[in-house]
Write a protein that binds this ligand. Structure first.
Ligand code: OKP
Ligand code: ZN
Length: 342
C-alpha cells in the first residue's frame, strides 16, 4: 500500500507536557514519524508520496471556524505577549462557571484546550495543516480505487473535536477524512479507533449522525485519559443513536482479551454496511508503551492488520498515538503488512 507523508510534521516539536502533575519531555515527538517512515521505506511497503493542499474547506466541514482560526493565530498571539516558550493553558471552564471567549490568549487557550499536554509552538499550525492534508491525500487514493492507503499523520487527531483540541491532537485527521468519503459519495463510513486512548474528539464529532459509524476500543476511562467520555453506555444521540460504540477495556488487556472486543467491532461494521473504513491507528496498546497499560506484543500487530482486512472494505489507515518510539516503526508496519497478508 502507498504511504502519504510530509516532513512538515517536524514543525510540531513541543518541549514539555504536563503529565500527572509534572512537566515532562513531550512524548509526542518528531522522532515518532521518522522511525515509522524509515520502516515503511526499508520494508518496501509501497511508494511514499507527499500531500496535496486541500485548503480549509474539508476541515471546516467537521470543525468549528472559531477553533480553526484560533489554531492558525494562537502562536502569534502568545508570542505577542513576549513569551518565548510553548503555549499551554492553565485555566478551564467547567459547567456552572461560564464559557465566555476572552480576548486574552490565556483565556482562549483554556476555552479551546482540554488538557495541558498539548503545546502550541511556532510551527504547530503548519504541521497540523500538513497532517490534515496527509490524511486527505491518502483518503483520495482510497476513494479513487486503491484498496488501502496509509496516512502517516503527525500530530495525531482523534482527541480533537469540532471545537476543542488536546491529547496531543489539534485537528481530527480521521474525522476529516471520513467526512471527505461522505462528500465524495460514500453513503456510510465507519471509523474504527484502535488507539489505546478513547477517541473522544471523533465520538463528539459524529455522535448525532448515522452516516458515520464510530467505534473506539480503549482503556477504560474509569482508569485512563480522557476520563470524562468513553463509557460503554454512550451509543449516540438523536439520529446517531446506535451509531457509536465504546468498548472500554481494563489495564492489563492482552491480545486475547483485545481480540474479543475487536471481533465485536468488526461484526458491527459488517452489519452497518460501510462503504469505506477509516482506522485510527494508535500503537500505544503496546506492552512497552511508556504512558499506557495494555499488553499487546509486536506480533499481535500483524494479527490486528489481518483482522481489519477481514472487513474487506476500502481502508484508510490514519496514524494516531504510540510512544514506545523505537518499536513504533516495526509495530505500525506490522499492522499494514498484516492487512496485506505479507
Ligand atoms: C494521545 B493519543 C494520563 C496522561 C494522558 C495525554 C495522552 C494523550 C494521548 N495518565 N496524557 O491518544 O495517543
Ligand atoms: Zn493514544
Amino acid at each position: 500500500m502507498r504511504t502519504v507523508y510530509s516532513e512538515d510534521h517536524r514543525l510540531q516539536d513541543g518541549k514539555f507536557e504536563l503529565l500527572e502533575g509534572q512537566f515532562m519531555k513531550a512524548h509526542e515527538m518528531p522522532r515518532r514519524a521518522e522511525i515509522v517512515i524509515d520502516r515503511v521505506r526499508s520494508t518496501k511497503l509501497g511508494e511514499v508520496l507527499g500531500p496535496q493542499d486541500f485548503g480549509l474547506d474539508p476541515i471546516l466541514k467537521v470543525h468549528d471556524r472559531g477553533l480553526v482560526e484560533f489554531l492558525r493565530v494562537a502562536w502569534d498571539e502568545w508570542a505577542a505577549t513576549g513569551r518565548t516558550f510553548d503555549a499551554l493553558p492553565h485555566v478551564w471552564p467547567v459547567p456552572g462557571l461560564g464559557r465566555r471567549l476572552s480576548d486574552s490568549i490565556d483565556g482562549k487557550l483554556g476555552y479551546y484546550a482540554i488538557d495541558a499536554g498539548t503545546p502550541i509552538t511556532p510551527g504547530t499550525w503548519r504541521a497540523v495543516l500538513s497532517s490534515a492534508n496527509v490524511a486527505l491525500t491518502a483518503q483520495k487514493l482510497v476513494a479513487t480505487g486503491e484498496k488501502s492507503a496509509f496516512a502517516l499523520c503527525r500530530p495525531p487527531g482523534h482527541h480533537a473535536g469540532s471545537d476543542f483540541y488536546g491529547g496531543y491532537c489539534f485537528l481530527n485527521n480521521a474525522g476529516i477524512a471520513a467526512q471527505a468519503f461522505r462528500d465524495q459519495g460514500a453513503k456510510r463510513v465507519a471509523i474504527l479507533d484502535v488507539d489505546y486512548h478513547h477517541g473522544n474528539g471523533t465520538q463528539q464529532m459524529f455522535f448525532a449522525r448515522d452516516d458515520v459509524l464510530t467505534i473506539s476500543l480503549h482503556a477504560d476511562p474509569k482508569q485512563e485519559f480522557p476520563y470524562f467520555l468513553g463509557y460503554a453506555d454512550e451509543i449516540g444521540a438523536g439520529a446517531g443513536e446506535g451509531y457509536h460504540m465504546n468498548l472500554p477495556l481494563p489495564w492489563g488487556t492482552d491480545w486475547q482479551r483485545y481480540t474479543e472486543a475487536l471481533d465485536h467491532a468488526l461484526k458491527r461494521i459488517a452489519q452497518y454496511g460501510a462503504e469505506a473504513l477509516v482506522i485510527s491507528l494508535g500503537l500505544d496498546t503496546f506492552e512497552h508503551d511508556p504512558i499506557s497499560r495494555f499488553k499487546l506484543a509486536e506480533a499481535d500487530y500483524h494479527r490486528l492488520g489481518e483482522r481489519i482486512a477481514w472487513a474487506d472494505l476500502p481502508t484508510l489507515f490514519v496514524m494516531e498515538g504510540g510512544y514506545a518510539v523505537e518499536a513504533l516503526g516495526v509495530n505500525t508496519v506490522n499492522v499494514l503488512m498484516g492487512f496485506e497478508q505479507r
